[in-house]
Design a protein. Structure first.
Lengths: 462, 462, 462
C-alpha cells in the first residue's frame, strides 16, 4: 500500500494501539514530571517500549533566543510535620510540592508557613498544581479542607529535600518521511506531573498517532516531538531552526483531549488555513458538534510555533480544553476524570483530520469535460457498489433523487451525486478539500469515487 | 426604436402574445412526446404557426462526446386487457406506458406482470411518469387505486405496439442578432409528454419570449433552443460547439414556471454572476419573495451547459420547481395545476431579468464631477415629470425627504434621489446594475433618469 | 511633547475648553444666520475671541463649478400686523421669516397671505425653519396654534424689510500643520439661524477641537473650515481645489451632535475606510452603543467632499442626527433640547477618533520574533505598572488568566495580554488599528504598551 491514509479508516483495527495506549496512560499518570527532571526521562522510556523515537538532550545553560535552559530539579522528599505526624506528604501526591521548589529544612510557625501555602477555597477537596520555574521559591499545595485543619499555634517541621543540578531538557523526536519534504509537526508536552487531561491525554494521543504512522509512507513528512512546554519548544525551535523554518508548514499541538466534556478546536492564527478546514471537515463529516475557540495568544506551544519568525499555523483538538474545566490544574484532573475511550475518540479525529490534509490537495481533471458522461453504458453503479433497484414502486415519491440521464433506475446511496460533482468540478481548479466544503461530502468519499472514475478513464489526477 | 428593452415594460401590451400562449398550452398538453418521436415534431410545428424558427434534425447514431443519439420510438397502441376488457389503455392517458417501452404482445400471469407495473402508494390517484430510454424495458404506469383492483388470479393480455427505428432529434433553433456577438442562450426542453408544469410551462414561456423578441434588435444576441433534455442538449452542444464556445456567455433554462406555488430561482454555479443578479433584482424590484435554490448538479440542461468545457452560468426561474411539488412527474401535473396566468407572471419576470442584463452594463460618466449639480436652474424636476409642490405645510413633517439644495421645494417621488446617486456614482467605475444593487432602485428607473441627465449634458454614456 | 495624541486623553483637563464652548453656545444661538448675511460674520468674530483662524471671503457672482455665489441677504425687520397689533414678529424669533425672503410691504387679505404661511399641523407649538435661497419668494413661518387663530376676514399688514446686495460667503479656515502633508478636513456649517442641534452643536465641537489642536504638532495636517452648507462647501472646494485634491485624505463633517438621543455615526461612502474604523473603535472602546447610518447621498457637505472629483471619505458622529428627531428644523431645536454636556461627549468621541487615526497607522517590528520573549527576567510587570501578587490563593480559580511562562505569578490587569499580542503581531504586517480590531483593545493602550516594549528593545517602530 502506498499511503495508509488512502484506506478507509473506519475499516482499520486499532485495538492493539488502543491497548498499548491504555497501559501507558495508567503507567505514566503517577510519575512526577517537570520541565527538567527524572520523571520526564522515565516517561519517555516507557513510551519507547512500543514506539520508536530518539531522545534529544539539550543542556542546562543552552542559549535559545531570549531564553536560557535552566537547571534540573532533583527532589527526593517533602513534607510538613507536627511532631512526628506528617500532615502533608509529597509521597502521597506529587502535587503537594510547588513544582521547582528550592530546598528547605527547618521549623517554623504558622505565620511563617502561611505565605508558602497554596489552596483553592472554592474547591475544598482539590490540591492545586502550581509551579515556580524561574523565580526561586518554595511552597506546598494542599486542599482547602487540609488547610482549614492547620493549627495556628503549632510549630511546623517543614522539609523539601530538593536541589538544582546541571541537567538536560529531554525531547522525544521522530521523523516519518513522506513523499514530500513539507512537514506536519505533531507536538505534545511532557512537563506536567499527575495531570491526566492536561496534558497526559495529549501525550497518549501523540503516541497513538506515531504508533499508527511509524511504519507507513504518507504523503507529508511528519515531525513528532514531545517536550516540556514553552522552554522545551523554544529550545527545540532553536536546535532545529533551519529544518523547521524550511519544511514545517503546519502543526497540531496535542493536549486536553481526554475529558468527558464537549469536543472543541482551537483555530490557527490564520483561522481558515488548510489545517483548520481539515479539522472542521473531520468534525462535520462525523456529525460532531464542537466548541470553536479562536486563536488566542494564551495557550500552549502554538505560542512559540506561530511566533513571527516561524508563523506555523497550529490547531488543537480538545475535549475539555485547558482553562475551561474546573478540574484544570488540580488533583481532580485525574484518571476518574479522563477515560481511555475519550482519548480514543480524539485520536480518531486527529486521524480523520490528517487524512483530510493528506487527500485534500488532490486535483482531478475531467477527461469528459463537455456535457455529462453517459453513466449507463459503463454500468458505473455496480462498479461503485451502490444498490440498484428496478423496483421503483416503493420509493418513487422521492422524486428529487432521480436523475434525468438515469430515469430507468432508481439509485440509492449518494455516490451518483459524487460522480456528477467530481465530473463537474474536474476543471483543474478545485481540489478535494474545496469540493468537500462545497458539496458537504467527506474527502475520503470523494477520493474513493475519484479512484473509480480514474480507473474508468473519466478522471485523471494532476 | 433601437432596443425594445429601453422601453418601460409595464407600458407594453402583451395581450396578443398571451392569447397565442394560452392556445398553444392547450394544444400541446395532450401530445405524447419523448426524446425522439413524432410528438416532438408535431409540437414544434404547432409553435411555428406563430413564431419563426428553424428545425435542426440530428440523426440516430450521431456521436456526441460520450453519447450516441438513440433510435426513435414509434408507438401505436398499448393496453392491458382481461378478456375483452381494457383495464389500462395508453389512448386514455399517454403516461400509462413506460416511455420508450419496447414491444410486447402476449398473455401473462399477475406475477409475470407485477415487475412491470409502476404506481405510487402515497398518491393513490396519480399515474406516475416513468421512462427507460437507455435500457430496454417495458412497463405500465398506473394509479395505486387501479393497481389495488388487479385480480391476482387473472390472465392478462398485455400489448405494447411499439418499435424503434432510425430517426432524428428535432431541435428548434432561432438566433436573434443583437448589437454584440455575446449571446444569451434561452433553452427549454420538449421531451416530456402530458406534463403541464414540467416542462410545458417552460416551452410556453420560451415561445413567448421568442415571440416578444423576434422582430427586435436587442443589445445581446439571443440563441433560442427547444430540445429533448440531456441527449438533446449534449447533441446540440456538439453540433454547434464552436459558436457556443465562442459566443454564449450565459443561459436561462426554462422549466416548471407555471404552478400555483411560490416563485424560486436556481442560481448559476457562480452564484453571483450578472445573470443571477439580474434575476434577483427583477424579483426585488417587483416586490416578489422567492425561494432560493443554490446550484445543484441535479437539475436540467444547466448540467450540460455548465460542464467544465462550456462553463456557461445558467439560471432557472421557477414557480413550483421540479422535485419540489408533489404532482411532479405524475398525471396530476396537468392543466388543473398549471394556469396561463402563472406562466404569464414568469414570462414577465424573465423579461425584467433580460432588461436588467441589457441595460445593467451601461456606465455613465458625470460631466459635473466636482460637487453636486445645481438642479434648480435646470428646472430638472418638471423635466423628469415629478410632482412639485410649494404647499409645504401638509407634509412638512417628512423632513428627512428634504434636500439642502432644494429647500425651496418639497419633492415628491424618488427621482431626485436617483439624480443625486447617478451623479455621485458617475465616476466610470459603476454600471447601472451595481448602482441598482447599492441603492435599491430598479435598473430601468436608473436608465430612464440617466437618459434625461444625458440630454441635459450632466451624464455621458461610456 | 511631540504629539498631543500620544497622551492619555482621559488625563487631560478640558475644563477651559468646555467653559469657552458653553459661553459660545449661548452667545451664538440667538443670531440670525443664513448662507450670506451679517449673522455669519458676527458668529465667526465671537469664535475668534478664543481660537485663531482666518476668514476667507468669496464674492457674490463667483463661479464655482455648476454654481454661482448668490447675493447677500439683508433683513432689518419683518412682521404681520392687524391694525397696530403685531401677530407675527421676526424680532421675537428669527425663524418667523422664510430665510432669504424678498421684500414685501403691503396690505392683503387672508387668502392672499395663506400661500405664504408655513406651519406644521402635527407639531402645533413649533415654528418651522424654512428657506428659499434660489427661487425668489417670501413667507412667514408660524406655529399651527398661531395659524389657527388667524382671522380669515381680517386685512393683514405684511412687511418684510429685506434686500439683496452684493456680498461675501464668509468662511473660517485654519490649517494646523502636522508631520505629514496628508490632511484631515474638519468641516462644520454656519448657515443655520437659531437651531441648536442643527448645526450649532457641530460649530461648537468644531471650535473645541480647533481649540484643543491649535498649538500642537500632530501627525496629520488638519484643515478646519466653517462655511455655509452646500454653496459654501462648493465655493470653498473650487477656491482651494488644488490643495484639497492633493492633500485632503479624509474628513469629518460636524453637525447634530448635541441632542439627548442615542449616538450615531454616518459612514463614509467606503464604509470601512480608516476613518470609519477609527470612529467605530472610539465607540467600542468607550462601551458606547450607537446607531449606524450607512452613507446616503442625502446629508450635509459630505455630498460635496465625496463627489467623484474629490472622493474624500467623510464621517459624521451624531447625537440626534438630522432628519431623525422630531424637533429637527423647528423652533424646538433649541437650548432646552441641546445641552453642553452632550456636546462635550461628542467632542471627546471626535478626539478619540482622531487619536485612533493618529496612532492607528503605527507599525512595530518585533526584535524577538522567534518564540516568546522571556518576560520574567525583565521584570516587565512592574515596568508596566501592573499589580503583581504572589498571594495566589484567593483567585487561583481564575485559571484561564494564567500564562505558562508566568506560572510563578498571578497577573492582574490586561497588559500582559497586550505584550504578548504586540510581540505576536510584530511582523511588520499589522498596524495598531488592525491589531486593535483583532484583539479588541484600544489603540491608545496598544500604543502605550508598545512604547514600553520599544524602550526595552523588544519592539521597534517602523
Amino acid at each position: 500500500m502506498d499511503n495508509i491514509f488512502e484506506l478507509d479508516l473506519n475499516k482499520i483495527d486499532f485495538s492493539k494501539i488502543l491497548n498499548t495506549a491504555e497501559s501507558d496512560l495508567n503507567r505514566l499518570f503517577p510519575l512526577n514530571r517537570s520541565i527538567l527532571n527524572e520523571g520526564v526521562l522515565t516517561s519517555l522510556e516507557i513510551l519507547q517500549e512500543n514506539i520508536d523515537f530518539e531522545i534529544i538532550k539539550i543542556k542546562t545553560g543552552y542559549n535559545c533566543y531570549d531564553w536560557v535552559v535552566p537547571e534540573e530539579w532533583v527532589i527526593k522528599d517533602a513534607y510538613i510535620k507536627i511532631g512526628n505526624n506528617k500532615i502533608i506528604d509529597f509521597k502521597e501526591n506529587n502535587l503537594h510540592v510547588l513544582n521547582y521548589s528550592e530546598h528547605v529544612d527547618r521549623e517554623m510557625s504558622y505565620d511563617e508557613l502561611l505565605p508558602h501555602l497554596y489552596y483553592i477555597e472554592e474547591q475544598p477537596n482539590a490540591i492545586p498544581y502550581r509551579t515556580s520555574y524561574y523565580k526561586k521559591n518554595w511552597g506546598f499545595c494542599l486542599s482547602y479542607n487540609q488547610f482549614k485543619e492547620l493549627d495556628k499555634s503549632a510549630t511546623y517541621i517543614v522539609k523539601i529535600d530538593s536541589k538544582f543540578i546541571p541537567g538536560n531538557i529531554c525531547i522525544a523526536e521522530k521523523i516519518i518521511h513522506g513523499k514530500v519534504k513539507d512537514e506536519i509537526l505533531i507536538s505534545a508536552y511532557s512537563c506536567h506531573p499527575s495531570m491526566a487531561n492536561d496534558s497526559l491525554s495529549g501525550v497518549i494521543v501523540w503516541s497513538m498517532v506515531l504508533n499508527f504512522l511509524q511504519k507507513t509512507n504518507p504523503y507529508y513528512t511528519y515531525r513528532f516531538v514531545l517536550l516540556p512546554e514553552t522552554i522545551g519548544a523554544i529550545a527545540y525551535l532553536h536546535y532545529r531552526e533551519k529544518e523547521i523554518k524550511e519544511n514545517t508548514k503546519r502543526a497540531f499541538v496535542l493536549t486536553t483531549c481526554g475529558g468527558p466534556g464537549k469536543f472543541g478546536m482551537k483555530s490557527s492564527f490564520i483561522g481558515d488555513d488548510l489545517i483548520d478546514i481539515s479539522v472542521k471537515l473531520a468534525f462535520n463529516h462525523n456529525g460532531i458538534e464542537y466548541l470553536h475557540y479562536p486563536f488566542d495568544i494564551n495557550g500552549s506551544d502554538e505560542r512559540q510555533y506561530s511566533s513571527p519568525y516561524f508563523r506555523i499555523p497550529c490547531v488543537t483538538i480538545s475535549k475539555d480544553k485547558y482553562y475551561e474545566y474546573k478540574e484544570y490544574h488540580t488533583s481532580l484532573d485525574n484518571l476518574s476524570f479522563v477515560k481511555i475511550g475519550y482519548i480514543y475518540d480524539s485520536f480518531k479525529l486527529y486521524l480523520y483530520s490528517l487524512q483530510n490534509l493528506e487527500l485534500g490537495n488532490k486535483i482531478y481533471l475531467s477527461l469528459n469535460p463537455a456535457g455529462e458522461p453517459f453513466l449507463t453504458k459503463r454500468e458505473l453503479y455496480s462498479a461503485i457498489g451502490i444498490t440498484i433497484s428496478n423496483k421503483l414502486n416503493s420509493d418513487l415519491h422521492h422524486s428529487k433523487k432521480e436523475y434525468s440521464t438515469l430515469k430507468d433506475f432508481k439509485i440509492t446511496g449518494e455516490d451518483t451525486d459524487i460522480i456528477l460533482w467530481l465530473m463537474f468540478y474536474g476543471d483543474g481548479q478545485n481540489n478535494l478539500m474545496e469540493i468537500s466544503r462545497k458539496i458537504n461530502k467527506s474527502i475520503y468519499d470523494l477520493f474513493r469515487v475519484a479512484q473509480i472514475l480514474t480507473n474508468l478513464n473519466l478522471l485523471r489526477e494532476i
